[in-house]
Write a protein that binds this ligand. Structure first.
Ligand SMILES: [Ca+2]
Ligand SMILES: [Ca+2]
Length: 179
């Protein structure tokens, strides 16, 4: 697999996670369902739930503006790749917002650390493979001190969507290597 294809495969994984209906076509209802389900699972307070919901709305506005018609996995991957390749504007306006909302949701007690328990709860909806999730957790722990901070998580997400190939720790973000 070429590095560019590997990045596309990573973006497609994000599509699968967000396409809650499993229909293969993303709608604003999918993104709303994703944020509601995530907020419930992680027992977010009203502020965190709103932050998550607003970040998903920002993503939907971007997708609507950048793909004509139904948003399948190919349209989604194209739109996200185009945004990422255009520079920091898309990343800062949409991706950073989603990441901040997700780390605030994942850090359930607000201490700035995504604990192992936080991390397992975060992925409970998308995988039952606990060993693979914990392998991902160890990769996120960039300084290997046994805990993943909110900052480590942010750094790794940026790697996930910018570095091509599998070398970066971020390739393991969704709990397992993509290929
Ligand atoms: Ca925490
Ligand atoms: Ca650490």
């Amino acid at each position: 697999m070429k590095p560019a294809d590997i990045r596309d495969a990573k973006i497609a994984l994000a599509f699968q996670a967000l396409n809650v209906s499993g229909s293969g076509r993303m709608s604003s209802a999918d993104l709303e369902a994703y944020s509601k389900e995530t907020a419930q699972r992680l027992r977010c307070d009203a502020d965190r739930e709103r932050e998550l919901s607003e970040s998903m709305q920002a993503l939907w506005r971007y997708l609507e503006d950048n793909s004509k018609g139904p948003v399948g996995v190919a349209e989604f991957t194209n739109a996200i790749r185009t945004g990422l390749d255009a520079g920091n504007e898309f990343y800062d306006r949409v991706v950073t917002r989603i990441v901040d909302a997700l780390v605030h949701a994942a850090d359930r007690n607000g201490d700035g650390i995504i604990s192992k328990e936080d991390y397992l709860a975060f992925y409970a909806a998308t995988t039952t493979d606990e060993a693979a999730v914990m392998e991902g957790y160890r990769k996120l722990d960039l300084n290997a001190d046994g805990a993943v901070t909110v900052d480590e998580f942010r750094k790794v997400v940026r790697q996930f969507y910018s570095f091509e190939g599998l070398d970066a720790a971020g390739s393991f973000l969704l709990g397992k290597p993509v290929i």
